[in-house]
Design a protein around this ligand. Structure first.
Ligand code: NAD
Ligand code: AKB
Length: 312
C-alpha cells in the first residue's frame, strides 16, 4: 500500500488527484499539502510551502510517505507576468521536493507540459524526442524540470516519473492561470450566458485532455513496471487536439444557440502559437499502456452534465 504526499494539492489537478488517490489507497494514506487549506477536505493535510525544503521534509518524514507527487507550480500565463517568481517557485520547489525524495528514498511524480515545447518543435504528431526550445519562462522551467528529474534518477536512483500534460479540462477547482484555461471557462459561460468570448484566436490548435484521463495516466504510470520506462521524464500524452471553434461546435450539439466570439489576448495567443497542435503519445502507449477514453464530444457531454448538477 502506498503512502503519498501531494504538494500543491488544492489546485486544479491536486484537488481531484487527492480524491482519486484516497479512493484507491485509503484516506489516511494520502497527505494533501498546499499554502492554503480547503474547508471541505476531510483527509490529512499539512501546510507546506515548497520553497522551504525543511517543511517538505518534515511533512514527508512525519507521515512516513513512500511517494511525493509534486504539483505546486505557477502556470504559463501567470509565469510570463512574474518570470523571476516563477523560476524560484517552479525550479526551487522542484529541487527541494527532489532533495526530499533523495534523502527519504521516495518515488516521485511531477508533471511536465506541452509548454515544454516551442515554436521550432514540429507541431503535428510532436515526437517524444524532438526539438525543445520553449520561448516562455514556464516552458524553460518544464524542460529544465524534466532534465532535473532525469538527473536525480541517473545520479541518485530516485524513481522519478512524469508526463507532458496537455491543457486539462475539469469541472472542479478552476485552473490556476494557464494559456489553455479558456477551454474550461467556455463550458461555464455556455451554461450561464450561452455565449463565450475567447482570448485565443480561431484556428489555434492545442492539445487538451479531460481530467479523468489525466488522473488515470498518473495512476498507471506510477504503478508501471520500472524496467519498461525508457522515457520516464517525461512522456508525451495526448487526447484531443482542438481550437476554440471545435469546443463551440461540440457545445452546440448540446446547446444549439451557444455563440462564440473572439477578443484575442496577444500575450496568451503568442504562448498558444508556440505550442504543438498534438503530441505523439506512442511511447506512453507502448511503455505503460497510456490510453485516453474521452474525445471532445464525450467530454463536453460529461462536463455540461456535471456543471448542471452543481448549478441545481
Ligand atoms: P494550479 O495553479 O491549479 O495549482 C497549483 C497549486 O500550488 C495551488 O493550489 C497553489 O496554492 C499551490 N502553490 C503555489 N505556490 C505554492 C508554494 N510555494 N508551496 C506550496 N503550494 C503552492 O495548478 P495545476 O493546474 O493543478 O498544475 C499542477 C501541475 O501540473 C503544475 O506543475 C503544472 O505546471 C502542471 N500542468 C498542469 C496543466 C493543466 O492544464 N492544469 C497542464 C500541464 C501541466
Ligand atoms: C497552461 O496553459 O499553462 C497549462 C499547461 C498546458 O501547462 N494548462
Amino acid at each position: 500500500m502506498k503512502k503519498i504526499l501531494v504538494t500543491g494539492a488544492m489546485g486544479q489537478i491536486g484537488s481531484e488527484l487527492v480524491r482519486t488517490l484516497r479512493q484507491h489507497y485509503g484516506t489516511s494514506n494520502v497527505i494533501a499539502s498546499d499554502l492554503r487549506q480547503s474547508e471541505t477536505d476531510e483527509g490529512p493535510f499539512e501546510m507546506v510551502d515548497v520553497t522551504d525544503e525543511k517543511a517538505i521534509y518534515e511533512a514527508a518524514n512525519k507521515h512516513h510517505v513512500d511517494t511525493i507527487m509534486h504539483l505546486a507550480a505557477l502556470l504559463s500565463a501567470k509565469a510570463e507576468e512574474q518570470p523571476k517568481f516563477a523560476w524560484n517557485l517552479n525550479m526551487g520547489g522542484l529541487l527541494n521536493a527532489l532533495e526530499v525524495a533523495r534523502k527519504l528514498n521516495l518515488q516521485f511524480f511531477t508533471p511536465s507540459s506541452i509548454g515544454a515545447f516551442g515554436p521550432t518543435t514540429p507541431k503535428q504528431k510532436t515526437p517524444q524526442e524532438t526539438i525543445m526550445r520553449p520561448t516562455t519562462m514556464y516552458g524553460v522551467n518544464k524542460v529544465a524540470g524534466e532534465l532535473l528529474c532525469n538527473y536525480y534518477y541517473e545520479h541518485y536512483g530516485v524513481d522519478t516519473r512524469g508526463v507532458r500534460y496537455p491543457g486539462l479540462i475539469s469541472h472542479g477547482t478552476p485552473p490556476g492561470g494557464g494559456t489553455t484555461d479558456y477551454a474550461v471557462d467556455i463550458y461555464h459561460k455556455a451554461l450561464s450566458h450561452k455565449r463565450y468570448t475567447s482570448y485565443i484566436a480561431q484556428g489555434t490548435y492545442m492539445d487538451m485532455m479531460y481530467m479523468p484521463d489525466a488522473l488515470n495516466a498518473i495512476m498507471k504510470l506510477m504503478e508501471a513496471d520500472p524496467a519498461k520506462l525508457l522515457h520516464r521524464n517525461a512522456y508525451n500524452i495526448s487526447a484531443i487536439s482542438a481550437a476554440p471553434e471545435d469546443f463551440a461546435r461540440s457545445i452546440q450539439k448540446q446547446i444549439p444557440d451557444f455563440e462564440l466570439a473572439y477578443d484575442v489576448d496577444p500575450a496568451r495567443q503568442e504562448i498558444a502559437e508556440s505550442w504543438p497542435d498534438q503530441l505523439d503519445s506512442s511511447a506512453a502507449e507502448a511503455e505503460w499502456g497510456f490510453k485516453a477514453d474521452y474525445d471532445i464530444d464525450r467530454m463536453t457531454a460529461d462536463m455540461l452534465a456535471k456543471l448542471r448538477t452543481k448549478q441545481d
